[in-house]
Ligand binder design. Sequence first.
Ligand code: ADP
Length: 281
Amino acid sequence: LLATLILLDPPLPDGGRLVLVLSDRTRERRLEQMRADFVANASHELRTPLASLIGFIETLRGPAAEDREAQARFLPIMADQAARMGRLIEDLLSLSRIELMEHTPPTAEVDLAVLARRSAEALAPRLAARRMRLELSIEPGLPTVTGDADQLAQVLANLLDNAVKYGREGGRIELTLRRDGPDGQKGRRRAGVAVSVTDDGPGIPRLHLPRLTERFYRVDAARSRAVGGTGLGLAIVKHIVNRHRGLLEIESEEGKGSTFTVWLPAAQGAATLEPAQPAGA
Ligand code: ADP
């Protein structure tokens, strides 16, 4: 509790001169603590690959200076570490940009069906590498949403990326867009679009679910690093969804798979971009 004593000059009509202001600093402290933890975590995440890079550089300059075989072995590892630092910096920058915009609602009219098709195409090489297949299903006649197309594309990319990274090798991913209207579930009132990504991977133990969107929170840190994760993907998704006044729902069943659903409110008076009966059909 912070107490501040203010001396009034001139005094109040009743002659009073002193005002005592009491303010609760708990929330402020908690935010400061969270910020400090974040900086500490981010530094730690950067320091680890950096230390490894420095070690390899020293070895290559010293004992292994003439060792072609060691060079051939170390260089790809060094490239991986540098790439990991690059990804982390990109994600940190994205997160800070999104945070700055969080209180400025987006204004563009976005057709999620177009974004979904593009994201699905971009995923092809990564799916092939893990022998996975993607099933895209888009309900006809989806309304547009008011949004930021780049950010919504990032939401799709991050969720699909996780499904590929943590899903089952040789498994199936579903990307589904459906109208989630006024009579949708859970008493939702506004018209909208629900975008969900489902995998048939190992799933996520229930106790982790509430913390999954925290920065650097991982169910299995070693596995996340091994597949190139930064621990920031879902934090980025959550901030973008908040900016769009949407909702993020995570459902998962161990041994069966996970579904991440982002629900976005429809644009006011949204045009229907995808008619149920295509023109000329
Ligand atoms: P990361 O960069 O580690 O993937 P994210 O913020 O995207 O970070 O995800 C946080 C953690 O949530 C991951 O480390 C992983 O443990 C878990 N996770 C995310 N998506 C899935 C999924 N589809 N299946 C299983 N676990 C997942």
